[in-house]
Write a protein that binds this ligand. Structure first.
Ligand code: ZN
Ligand code: ZN
Length: 213
């Protein structure tokens, strides 16, 4: 598996500091269990964060200490991931949230073969599994906040990028897109949002409160 789209440094830092809402935490943690590169980067942020906390009484952590920490981190090799067990296409910790593999998901139809299952998390942001049949497009939409989508099966393109299993699509208030599932297997994603989407077409807009999307 070659992952091309990763978690941004700023998100990894927020994750390391424990500042993300549970919904985003789950997407980041699931990507981490699939991605050596982000696990190494997280190790760096964890170490620097620890150094900052320990040196909090000092005016600042000395540049030397920081350089030494970063050099040490650069020499680290990815550790084999013990958490990457999971169930079917769901790595840990997602399999825990779902309570099993694909067969354990309680899907709700959104029409045109698109299905979703909202996972229970703390308020402030929500996270859902999406099932999009091959070749099917999601309605064109903008974002009122952050949207973080991790591909678990199949692939989608949105005119800007192409996302395969393990890839993360990160969208913001500034972006608008129309994800289309590629041919092959249905595209199954884990998507977290912290605000309702902004649909351009009338029908998705009318259905929005019903589907909590
Ligand atoms: Zn990554
Ligand atoms: Zn979007």
């Amino acid at each position: 598996m070659t992952i091309k789209h990763h978690i941004s440094d700023s998100l990894l830092m927020a994750y390391s500091a424990g500042q993300l809402p549970e919904a985003f935490n789950l997407v980041v943690a699931t990507h981490l269990s699939m991605c050596d590169e982000c696990r190494v980067a997280l190790g760096a942020f964890d170490a620097v964060g620890g150094a900052l906390v320990e040196g909090a009484d000092e005016a600042a952590v000395s540049d030397k200490a920081l350089d030494a920490t970063l050099a040490m981190i650069a020499s680290l090799k990815p550790v084999p991931d013990k958490r990457a067990r999971g169930a079917g296409i769901f790595p840990e910790p997602l399999a825990n949230y779902v309570g099993g593999d694909l067969s354990a998901v309680k899907w709700r139809n959104l029409g045109r073969g698109v299905r979703q299952a909202i996972l229970p998390t703390a308020k402030g942001a929500s996270v859902r599994l999406l099932h999009i049949p091959a070749g099917q497009a999601m309605p064109d939409h903008g974002h009122r906040g952050m949207e973080l989508t991790l591909v678990l099966q199949g692939a989608f393109s949105d005119g800007v990028g192409r996302y395969n299993r393990g890839d993360v699509d990160s969208e913001t208030e500034a972006t608008q897109h129309k994800p289309v599932a590629e041919a092959g297997l249905p595209c199954i994603c884990l998507a977290a949002t912290d605000a309702p989407l902004r649909f351009t077409a009338l029908i998705p807009r009318m259905l929005q409160p019903l589907f909590k999307i």
